[in-house]
Design a protein around this ligand. Sequence first.
Ligand code: GCO
Ligand code: MN
Ligand code: MN
Length: 389
Amino acid sequence: MADKYQPMPEHKFTFGLWTVGNIGRDPFGEPTREPLSPVELVYLLSEVGAYGVNFHDNDLVPIDATPAERDKIVADFKKALDDTGLVVPMATTNLFGSAVFKDGAFTSNDPKVRAYAIQKTLNAIDLGVELGAKIYVFWPGREGTESDATKDPVTAIKRNREAMNFFCEYVLDKGYDLRFALEAKPNEPRGDIYNSTTGHMLAFIETLDHPELVGVNPEVAHEHMAGLNFTHGVAQALESGKLFHIDLNDQSFGRYDQDFRFGMVNIKSAFFLVKLLEDYGYDGSRHFDAHAYRTEDYEGVKDFARGCMRTYLILKEKAAQWNADKEIQALLAEINADDGSMDKYFGAYSADKAQALKAQSFDRNALAKRGMQYERLDQLTVELLLGVR
Ligand code: GCO
Ligand code: MN
Ligand code: MN
């Protein structure tokens, strides 16, 4: 559809090789699509108008590839990037697929597995940097337990920290222009995963040796799986300068990990998310970590990818419309009315200020009587989203 909702490079829409390359396998059924090669996926992404492509080390280079095979694969991939103009803004490590990671990677109880996981990540960082990645994601998919009899959670935190500190030093030592983004998920594939929400990750980052190199990669589905308000988590990351990357998709509350097309389930929460990102000038990738329904062929995969970007752009337009809507803005001005009489009590603490505030009298009952008009405001928002404003 040639209209104003066409993806452009400045929108920074990216997809993982594993997203459009998802072959429709689920725990109950066999794949429904033939695999495409990384090069074919680059051309598919170029056709739908994506800006960039991200990958796990083994999405691109099979885990058992020889060095010569690796070099050939990387060369072919680079050629496809050159041909299409696609870039690689982010890379990551697969620390969950191989059976060796059945008890986790950096938090595994087996020191040889922990060392192997660190080695694998060092190589994967080199690969990502070679292809131009500036953001490196850590998703602790297997860093968790089914039973807490099996692993000490404090030890797990320490192992995780030690690994992250090691990678920060590695990047500094190598002079790489690379920052890390930690992605939380509450469960799946482990019964419970450590650092289960974006909030946990933000707190963990502050305990690292180089917190300035590390931010977060929040994902819609993961916070919704935990029953949380995703926009609030993203706002916390953004406000503290830690929103390095974002995984957009959709998910019904209380379900398994669905990875649906962005905006497919909850348009209103997707709207407030897009509005937040656009209002506050988030300038990182808009990465879609989702996949097409298992019912689709590759034409359906393209419909899926186009749909993610198109919905984002429509919601971006709706956010601008909301910000320009006179009735909504007048209502907001009324809701936030401020005669300045309380200014003297806000801001930095002083003993005099505290003293004065304690002496101020408030008519609590009168204050409580004020109607906030939020019903009207939300209804106006719903009508705008439904296209009748
Ligand atoms: C999931 C995760 C992953 C990660 C990916 C990049 O639920 O499986 O979202 O898709 O985002 O491994 O680190
Ligand atoms: Mn996910
Ligand atoms: Mn993700």
